[in-house]
Ligand binder design. Structure first.
Ligand code: NAD
Length: 252
């Protein structure tokens, strides 16, 4: 497919998991794609790797300017870089709260701030933020992570309002638990990884983890001209986890 031919994109956290799947799909549909990551070394092929840390304003500004110069502008920003945190509100020290908020929320602020001057000049400007089911459902042991993703959801709506008259659409995707290197790391750290995987599968009505490619397809839709009338939305890609209420399988 070549539905995005001529468009120029940046994907943060694009060297792994959902970001890498998104970068590849954007490129497969014809876009020129830069991967902005603190470790872009896994990136190969048509993708343009740029090393930057979304916690460092100067690094982000320089990376976005480099991409815009290389591509002759910018049309799509996918704010996907994110990190996790486990625990209740009693468990994470202040330093961890600051660190995870810095990546997951301020990372979006910094990258968007750097990209907006270029996006305003685009005829098809779109920002897509990777949010989470954790923004809309209470999950155990995810107080800090959920707080960051709740902020991403609200920030998405506020940005959509601020920039709609500048021709910049802003949306987010809310993945359920997705089968990425992040989740593999979590499972590897569990006392019983198989039991943990089975529990995560069972939590999603479809009975399995979401695939990175499935989240990427939603991001690419929201980023492209097919979604020209879509702004200020959160698109769930969560195996039905947010919207469905099923009876136990044996009683259905
Ligand atoms: P991942 O760990 O596989 O990939 C994350 C990427 O972000 C890595 O390449 C990493 O190097 C990069 N990154 C991290 N911190 C960075 C920083 N400070 N600056 C630049 N790059 C940085 O993770 P994933 O599972 O693909 O998750 C991607 C996004 O999806 C995150 O925002 C996450 O919160 C969200 N999400 C994931 C899941 C899931 O179950 N995997 C579910 C819902 C939402």
């Amino acid at each position: 497919m070549t539905g995005l031919t001529g468009l120029r994109a940046v994907v943060t956290g694009g060297a792994s998991g959902i970001g890498l799947a998104t970068a590849r799909l954007l490129a497969a549909q014809g876009a020129r794609v830069a991967v902005l990551d603190r470790d872009p070394s896994p990136v190969t092929g048509l993708l343009f790797p740029v090393e930057a840390d979304v916690c460092d304003d100067a690094s982000v500004g320089a990376a976005v300017a480099t991409v815009a110069e290389e591509f002759g502008g910018l049309d799509i920003l996918v704010n996907n870089a994110g990190i996790g945190a486990i625990g209740t509100v009693e468990d994470n020290p202040d330093e961890e709260w600051h660190r995870v908020l810095d990546v997951n929320v301020l990372g979006i602020v910094r990258t968007s701030r750097a990209a907006l001057p270029y996006l305003r000049r685009s005829a098809h400007a779109a920002i897509v933020n990777t949010c989470s089911i954790a923004a809309t459902a209470g999950l155990p042991q995810r107080a800090l992570y959920s707080a960051t993703k709740g902020a991403v959801l609200s920030l998405t709506l506020a940005m959509a309002a601020d920039h709609v008259r500048e021709g910049v659409r802003v949306n987010c995707v809310n993945p359920g638990t997705a089968d990425t290197p992040w989740v593999t790391r979590l499972l590897d750290a569990a006392a019983d990884p198989e039991a943990e995987r089975a529990a995560l599968n069972a939590r999603q009505p479809l009975g399995r983890l979401v695939l990175a490619d499935e989240v990427a397809a939603a991001i690419v839709y929201l980023a492209g001209p097919a979604a020209a009338s879509v702004t200020g939305t959160a698109l769930a890609v969560d195996g039905g986890m947010q919207g469905l209420r099923l009876r136990p399988a044996t009683a259905s």
